[in-house]
Design a protein around this ligand. Structure first.
Ligand SMILES: Nc1nc2c(ncn2[C@@H]2O[C@H](COP(=O)(O)OP(=O)(O)OP(=O)(O)O)[C@@H](O)[C@H]2O)c(=O)[nH]1
Length: 299
């Protein structure tokens, strides 16, 4: 490994919900496990996905959407986390969607205005734009809004321009030896990822209907003789949501359980016995104390 010109630093990918942050991180890391995460964490950086290369180590920090709606405790929390997680970050990759500027993007712009961190702009989902000539005026308008280190039209999904983006990211990182061992892709515990895998499967099956309205708590995680026994509670807000998560004759929960178990077994390389329970915690979404009990805390 070259040490003299080695670069290493923290990079945050920010942007409004649904703009493609997870997809981008996924493709940049080429490591699925590192990025299925959505759950806020107690450490300063909500999530670490680490990419170690010959000349550089990029430590990615994913942030929750910078939400405009400050009404619920959860959204207040997410706002704090989003800002908090930019603290100490060397570089921001801000994603917007090609030809789809919204109020939420304006809100992110506003948040970034108040931070003294260099920003690379990624204009995502260009694969959706049939007439590429339309991109130019869009790029022009957006680049007038602030200074960017660089601007990249991208498709996170189809891996268009991602190598170029990565090169630029590396070029902007400080000269520093690697901060993490080369084989470490994440600093999160297995429990954390188990919860995230279950959450991901739920979201995949249920669509965007329940964005922040469910939470997965690992009740226990025990090594038995021949397998690991995991019991997880899926907390929802209302009876109606419980019925959705369980599905007709338990169909949804069964599928989620099967899919999650397979991924967990791949991750921890052991047989897993997984039990899922769905419980209703009324109003937890708007209750700071309940949030803390579920591990959503930034203290
Ligand atoms: N056509 C197209 N779709 C994309 C692209 N990138 C992401 N998507 C889709 O956009 C949707 C949202 O992508 P995510 O990666 O979950 O977006 P996100 O920004 O992480 O979303 P939040 O977690 O809600 O903040 C998914 O359906 C992706 O498949 C892209 O480059 N092109």
């Amino acid at each position: 490994m070259e040490t003299d010109n080695y670069r290493c630093g923290y990079v945050a990918i920010v942007g409004r919900p649904n703009v493609g942050k997870s997809t981008l991180l996924n493709h940049l890391l080429a490591q699925k496990i590192s990025i299925t995460s959505r759950k806020p964490q107690t450490t300063r950086h909500r999530l670490l996905g680490i990419k170690t290369e010959e000349h550089a180590q990029i430590v990615y920090v994913d942030t929750p959407g910078l939400h405009q709606d400050k009404h619920t405790a959860m959204n207040r929390y997410l706002n704090r986390t989003a800002l908090g997680s930019l603290d100490g970050v060397d570089l921001v990759v801000w994603l917007v969607e090609a030809l789809a500027w919204t109020e939420e993007d304006a809100h992110v712009l506003n948040v970034l205005e108040n931070m003294n961190i260099p920003v690379i702009l990624g204009v995502n989902k260009v694969d959706k734009i049939a007439d590429k000539a339309l991109l130019l005026p869009f790029l022009e308008t957006i680049t007038q809004k602030r200074d960017f280190l660089a601007v990249f039209p991208l498709s996170a999904l189809r891996s268009i321009n991602l190598d170029e983006l990565e090169k630029q990211i590396v070029a902007e990182l400080p000269l520093s030896p690697p901060l993490f061992p080369a084989d470490q892709i994440t600093d999160r515990s297995e429990r954390f990822f188990v919860a995230e895998i279950i959450r991901e499967k739920l979201i995949r099956r249920l669509g965007a209907e329940l964005p922040y309205r469910l939470s997965v708590q690992i009740e226990y995680f025990t090594q038995e003789e021949k397998h690991i026994h995991i019991s997880a509670i899926i907390w929802v807000e209302r009876e109606g949501q419980k019925a959705i998560v369980i599905g007709k004759q338990g169909h949804v929960l069964k599928k989620v359980g099967e899919e999650a178990r397979k991924d967990i077994e791949l991750m921890i390389e052991q047989k897993v016995f997984l039990q899922l329970w769905v419980k209703v915690k009324q109003g937890w979404h708007d209750d700071d104390r309940a949030l803390r009990q579920l591990g959503y805390t930034d203290e």
